[in-house]
Design a protein around this ligand. Structure first.
Ligand SMILES: Nc1ncnc2c1ncn2[C@@H]1O[C@H](COP(=O)(O)OP(=O)(O)OP(=O)(O)O)[C@@H](O)[C@H]1O
Length: 652
């Protein structure tokens, strides 16, 4: 088969062979002879393999990505538009690892986000990003992204976290034992065998180290062997040996499974640097160099910035183009130029170089390949997703003391001490116990972060998350409604009868479910924890005030408080249902209720109508039905909000 790439690739690789022979960094920057000779031979072996076999482009399921004149700007109220990336062109292809390097803030993450189609809505981009020469979305199973932050359910052990992830991502047709085997092999490949049964940890519960968490995040995304893998600083927090082995594993994966890997990286050791096939060196969003990583040395040397002996070449490149500490810079890096001048010179020199033209030709050749559109990979079906997520969520809720247990303890303590006028007591039970859901907000936020990360990588559908969260939280909410509820009920001596208690506990359960859903919605919308906490508490405070207790329904100001808040606030249905449950069918001594003479006794219904201004046109069961209908509506809202936020909120 005629392969349009073979020719250009051999030319490119031919060039790199020349580089290795004549100006390999190892020959000039030899800090450690034994290591370097090993690496040098490694590199040559790698190149000779490439030269003989060359990455073939014949596989139909291969994924190459190209970008041409890619520019990203962000709008800023004060300064208008700010450019983050400017006219970048490059490619990444199967079997290879592309390293994106540059000083902090140069645009590495933005480039990864732009390629992965994850730029947030505040940015604008121009230029073309093509997958196999086509403009197409990255379907599930074809790509995965390991972000800089390690967002993992912290109560799980490494084995559990990776296995749950394998169950979610790998197809239902694969047996559970095979999934388990894949999970454990991947854990071992990442050097995590000694901490397999250690909890991830967080929240003051020290579990894994930062570097170990990094490796767990990588494990979870390479399980499916995605054809295109984005890694944002995969080696941050790792020691040099661990960095080497992790990156070596990535190279092996790229070769064995024909994966296309793009990794942003900060400060690779010379050993790690030599593992990369291609290098994209950025400074302030501009390309300083793009091409074979081992040829960068020659590029810098021929432009008057030779790498001093005994220096790691990647350190040299980064020192040369770092503008952050201009005043402290040693002039030796810049050949008597300022850093800005040096960078502009290198950028211009690269643009007019033969390498740049070759890259553009190569990009055009990849784009001319006629490949089918990417197909969505198979994964666990919807029912399996719901079951796995429910199990994982239940384990998390059970192990996280702050999720429910702490609240349950406080509710029990509070309810044991309750005793007051009936109306106030009922209001207090329905309002205070629900507002305490704020105590679980930190855990909701963590849950939402995990959800957002997993959703961006397409692990499951939002509906599976909503269903599993509803099911897994139900037993805890039931316990919270029943135990403190029963204590209050019996200690205070509320109206006797099984049906009355069931109504009381069901109302509390519905309120708890409503507040939980409200807080999940808030956690998914608000950009940070503190703002979420304030918003959640604020909304609940407003609803309590308009529920018809602190100001009776007829006294509520019409604008806002009565229309619409009184009708939206679930507290109204909770208070009125609980009042009816307590007062209907009883009579009370009139002296307790009314001043002066008149009848000796007053009916509960009259108290409801005349004192609490309760709407008596329908039964208490209608109030309860309204509450459960609101639970269904709020859950639906959660689903819609999750889907909408996904489109607009920047990735975590
Ligand atoms: N959505 C955005 N709004 C405003 N500024 C942004 C946005 N995204 C990126 N930036 C800015 O663009 C620049 C590049 O950011 P980016 O995160 O891509 O850099 P980086 O090279 O990955 O940095 P680091 O190595 O420190 O992670 C930074 O100055 C950043 O503040």
């Amino acid at each position: 088969m005629h392969d349009p790439f073979s020719h250009s690739m051999i030319k490119l690789l031919d060039d790199s062979k020349i580089c290795i022979d004549s100006s390999s960094p190892t020959s000039n920057c030899d800090t450690d002879h034994s290591t370097h000779s090993d690496l040098s031979s490694n590199n040559e072996t790698m190149e000779s393999v490439d030269l003989e076999n060359g990455p073939s482009f014949g596989h139909q399921d291969d994924v190459s990505i190209t970008w041409e004149n890619l520019a990203v700007t962000v709008s800023n109220r004060k300064h208008g538009f700010r450019s983050i990336l400017q006219g970048l062109t490059g490619y990444a292809q199967p079997g290879e690892v592309l390293a994106i390097m540059g000083p902090s803030g140069c645009g590495k993450t933005t480039l990864l986000d732009a390629l992965a189609g994850r730029l947030d809505s505040s940015t604008k981009h121009t230029g073309e990003v093509l997958i196999n020469g086509r403009k197409q979305p990255l379907a599930y199973g074809t790509s995965a992204y390991v972000t800089q932050d390690d967002v993992i359910t912290w109560t799980l052990t490494v084995r559990e976290a990776v296995f749950y992830s394998a169950q979610l991502q790998l197809p239902s047709s694969m047996s559970s034992s095979k999934k388990k085997e894949r999970a454990e092999t991947t854990i071992k490949e990442m050097g995590l065998q000694d901490v397999m049964d250690t909890r991830i940890g967080g929240w003051g519960n020290k579990g894994l180290s930062g570097g170990q968490k990094r490796r767990v995040s990588i494990c979870m995304e390479v399980l499916t062997r995605p054809k295109l893998l984005f890694l944002d600083e995969p080696t941050s927090g790792l020691d040099s040996a661990a960095s080497y082995y992790v990156m070596k594993r990535m190279i092996d994966l790229a070769r064995q499974d024909r994966m296309t890997i793009i990794a942003s990286i900060h400060q690779p050791s010379s050993q790690v640097f030599q593992l990369f096939h291609n290098l994209c060196l950025l400074s302030s969003g501009r390309t300083v160099y793009f091409g074979r990583s081992d040829r960068a040395y020659k590029f810098f040397e021929s432009n008057g910035f030779p790498c001093p002996s005994h220096q790691n070449p990647s350190d040299h490149y980064l020192h040369t183009i770092n503008t952050d500490f201009d005043e402290d810079m040693d002039q030796v890096f810049h050949a008597n130029k300022t850093t800005e001048e040096a960078i502009s010179f290198l950028v211009r020199s690269y643009k007019s170089s033969h390498t740049c033209q070759q890259i553009q030709r190569h990009v055009a050749e990849i784009c001319s390949l006629d490949r089918e559109e990417l197909k969505k990979g198979s994964q666990a079906n919807f029912i399996s997703q719901c079951l796995i997520l429910t199990r994982r969520s239940f384990v998390n809720m059970y192990r996280d003391l702050g999720y429910y247990w702490l609240r349950l303890a406080i509710y029990i303590a509070l309810c044991s001490g309750l005793g007051s006028a009936r109306g106030s007591l009922l209001m207090f039970t329905a309002s205070f116990l629900t507002i305490m859901a704020i105590g679980g907000f930190p855990s909701f936020v963590e849950d939402m972060k995990v959800f957002q990360r997993e959703r961006l990588n397409g692990h499951y559908r939002p509906a599976a998350f909503v269903v599993s969260n509803t099911i897994s939280s139900a037993p805890f909410l039931l316990a919270i409604s029943l135990i403190p509820g029963a204590i209050t009920y019996s200690l205070v001596g509320l109206q006797q009868g099984c049906a009355h208690f069931i109504f009381f506990a069901s109302t509390l359960l519905a309120c708890m479910m409503l507040v939980e859903t409200l807080m999940l919605i808030v956690a998914s919308i608000m950009p940070n924890f503190l703002m979420g906490l304030i918003t959640g508490a604020g909304i609940q405070g407003l609803m309590i005030l308009s529920g018809g207790f602190f100001r009776l329904p007829h006294d509520l100001p019409l604008v806002f408080w009565r229309y619409p808040l009184y009708y939206i606030a679930f507290h109204r249905y909770a208070y009125q249902g609980l009042f009816k449950n307590e007062f209907e069918g009883l009579t009370f001594p009139a002296a307790q209720v009314l001043q002066g003479g008149g009848a000796a006794y007053i009916k509960g219904e009259e108290i409801l109508r005349n004192i609490w201004q309760v709407e008596m046109g329908y039964s208490k069961w209608m109030d309860l039905a309204m509450l459960f209908a609101m639970v269904a509506f709020y859950r639906l809202m959660l689903l819609i909000v999750l889907g909408t936020v996904e489109k607009f909120k920047p990735p975590c």
